[in-house]
Design a protein around this ligand. Sequence first.
Ligand SMILES: CC(C)(COP(=O)(O)OP(=O)(O)OC[C@H]1O[C@@H](n2cnc3c(N)ncnc32)[C@H](O)[C@@H]1OP(=O)(O)O)[C@@H](O)C(=O)NCCC(=O)NCCS
Length: 162
Amino acid sequence: MRRLAERTGVLDVNSTYAYLLWATDFAATSIVADAPATGALLGYITGYHPPARPEVLFVWQVAVDPAAQGRGLGGAMLDALVARVCADRDGGPVTVEATVAPSNSSSRALFGALARRHGVPITEQPRFGADLLDLDGGHEDEPMLRIGPITRHPNNPERRHQ
Ligand SMILES: CC(C)(COP(=O)(O)OP(=O)(O)OC[C@H]1O[C@@H](n2cnc3c(N)ncnc32)[C@H](O)[C@@H]1OP(=O)(O)O)[C@@H](O)C(=O)NCCC(=O)NCCS
């Protein structure tokens, strides 16, 4: 996961230890995608439930290998993760939150498409300012996107989330 974060050239690269914690203690709110033939890691999403707001799935990092981007893998991982978290919460509702820099158009498109697929609103509000992220001015603001609330489709839950 650490190497994949590096390969994106965009994500903050966390320590291997941080990814190990995420892949174990936060596995229920995270997901990975492997290449069927080789088992190579092609993508991952790390997420968690904020302790005071368990109805929220906060998405921390979404990474797709540059060679596999633009083919629907990010959206498919997000749909599978939301479906699993909804099921774990007896059908939801679940609201997805993520902070996304204004210039990250692929990430904004990813979350916009999630909102459209589920027919739910997407809203934006300030979250972490650039001054908190890098004192030297090397980081953009990270406003927060909220998508939801998403519930399992009442008539056809399989089609809605898989
Ligand atoms: C953001 C990211 C995870 C998207 O994954 P992906 O597999 O490429 O995305 P998908 O193919 O599922 O496409 C999702 C949507 O984004 C759009 N999109 C994909 N790449 C795009 C790009 N470079 N620019 C603009 N839109 C883009 C797709 O058209 C699609 O929208 P649509 O359904 O309206 O057509 C991937 O580009 C990535 O890993 N980027 C680097 C890391 C990053 O920025 N992560 C997000 C911040 S945590």
